[in-house]
Design a protein around this ligand. Structure first.
Ligand code: PRT
Ligand code: ZN
Length: 226
């Protein structure tokens, strides 16, 4: 990354469910981007902004460590990272500048369609596969239900059929993936949207001025879409 500390650094997802809308958002704010495949960095042509194109999981940490000034990430990933870092005594500060109108989904418990699930207590002592162990644990602790976490970073929805878990806790939007895997949504534990976050570090005036320009434009774009 260039060491030019006058350009605002924004981390967005390189490729995935948030990337297109993040790029459109910036474009809508008048930021001219020249994003080339396989590049970690993209420089805006008409504003002092550099984009860092990364895995979504890396975005909260980059903001909390002050490596970038802003980031766009799902609240699910943000909250999970926050709890993990707090537990490990790592820096975990940031400010939410704006909740965005895309990336909507929910983190839900799901069980086999033929499972007996009167309520979450029926998962007592069961194995639950998830990529979100901290969010899951917080919910289950609140409910007073003990369980065994099976950490999977992908293919969570096949875990019950594969016999490695009794239930799953995964992101859902349309529900098609659950249905295709013979599962039903049992309880919603977290509702998420993409958010724009800022590092807690104090910014040079020039960078703050760019943020002050972007924010009302984002606000305007979102209002126009309502
Ligand atoms: O490579 P990288 O690590 O950057 O990407 P990723 O594969 O980890 O993330 P990605 O692109 O799948 O999702 C990025 C973010 O989009 C998530 O962190 C959420 O904030 C948001 N989001 C919104 C979703 C979904 N909707 C979603 N449906 N993320 C994932 N899914 C998956 C879900 O895990 C399941 O496999 O889609 C499937 C369920 O979708 P339905 O429509 O069948 O219910
Ligand atoms: Zn990811």
């Amino acid at each position: 990354m260039t060491s030019d500390n006058t350009r605002l650094r924004i981390a967005i997802q390189k490729s995935g469910r948030l990337s297109k809308e993040c790029q459109q958002l910036l474009k809508g704010c008048g930021v001219k981007l020249n994003i080339r495949e396989q590049r970690l960095i993209a420089h805006a042509e008409n504003m002092p902004i550099d984009l860092l194109l990364v895995r979504d999981d890396d975005i909260p940490g980059l903001v909390m460590d002050g490596v970038v000034d802003l980031g766009v990430v799902g609240e699910n990933v943000l909250e999970e990272t926050l709890m993990e870092r707090q537990a490990q005594g790592e820096a975990a500060e940031f400010n939410v500048l704006k909740r965005l109108d895309f990336g909507g989904c929910r983190l839900s418990l799901a069980v086999a369609q033929d499972a007996d699930y009167p309520d979450v207590k029926s998962l007592e002592g069961k194995r639950i596969a998830t990529s979100y162990p901290w969010l899951l644990k917080r919910f289950m602790d609140k409910q007073g239900v003990k369980f065994k976490s099976v950490m999977l970073n992908g293919s969570v929805e096949v875990a019950p059929r594969a016999g490695v878990a009794d239930a799953i806790c995964d992101l859902v939007s349309t529900g098609a993936t659950l249905e295709a895997n013979g599962l039903v949504e049992a309880d919603v534990i977290f509702r998420s949207k993409a958010v724009l976050i800022q590092s807690a570090a104090e910014l040079p005036l020039a960078k703050q001025a760019v943020i002050d320009k972007l924010l009302p434009r984002i606000q305007g774009l979102q209002q126009a879409r309502e």
